[in-house]
Write a protein that binds this ligand. Sequence first.
Ligand code: ZN
Length: 418
Amino acid sequence: MKIIIKGNIVNPISRLKTEYFANQALVIENGKIIEICNLQDCEKKYYAFEILNFTDKYILPGFIDLHLHIPQVNQRARYGENLMDWLKKYILKAENDFEKLEKAEKSIKTCFNALIANGTTTAVMYNSYHKQATDLAFKIAEKSGLKVFIGKVMMDYFVSGEQFETTENSLRDSYDLYKKWHGKDNGRINYIFSPRFAPACSLELLTEIGRLAKKEGIYIQSHLSENREEIEQVLSKFFGFETYTDVYYKTGCLTDKSIMGHCIHLNDYEFNLLKETNCKIAHCPSSNFFLKSGVFDLSAAERKGIILGLGSDVGAGPSFSMFDVMKSMNYSQPFHILPQKSFYYATLGNAQALGIENTTGNFAAGKDADFIVIDIKKYYPEFEFSNIEDLLAYLIYLGHQGFVYAVYVRGQKIELLN
Ligand SMILES: [Zn+2]
């Protein structure tokens, strides 16, 4: 496969810098990026290549979503509850329904189609606690062409008294799925161990996950310090731990391959534990807004040098669109965020949080050609801009699903599932 993609190329480099190449070409061979090249040179140099013309459109790296929940796709925008009540009232029931595979299949496909429609090419996802439904999510992921990290939710001990699975089943089922799927299709499909959050896990379960992390270097995702009531539950449930973060730290669940969602109410000591372990944060601003969980201390995390990225946290986050997540990130902070920075976090920054920045996240030579084609003129025919900051701000504040014209992973066009 040899293709030249003609268009306006937007390439994030760092938190402060995004490159812009007006009317140039992205050269792709066997799914990988060869170079960004100007039009005349490129047609001479790569005369045997097929040309795809996206003149007047923008070529961006595919978005990466660092945190979302597959079974919650149809539970978005459930109005008026805080985290714990929202979970009880809507979410746990919807996740229980994944017991029925037919129902699960519909929701999983709806979720994947929403990711594709919104230009997300890599997604990090929690499924329900069911082994079979998670196996099905992997099969659909394999077919979709998207890059994924999926985990069966682990929840062997809920503070409210329900038991969804035993500790033994939780560990065995997760391990089986990990062995079956992790690393498939040359690293496109990945397994991530997914203890829901400390209030839903026994100390034994977390300790075993920590042990496995040390032994096999697994990916882990969980939630940390999203809501005040949640923190109180953790501190009364786990005797002898001074902070919520200590529970994950002392069980070995904080590693350089762990991603903790939210991290809103952390103190300085807890931020230091994340830094010390090189654990990553998935910041989910639209979800935090929606459930009124609080405001993430972005400056503190950046000051400490903690690697973080952005997640939609669907269903608490109502939208799959990473444009919407970037916008919420700015709206929720007390200061302006440079558009380049929000864009970096939704692309290359998230790749770095996953340790996959050598294969995706921008258009450096040798990386996979994971990109989206954006059409602004369809909605704003008079759109003009004078610099990259203007262009990115336009995308962040006015961008939506309708902007996404086409989606490619490893140079292959991704189509909606039916
Ligand atoms: Zn979440």
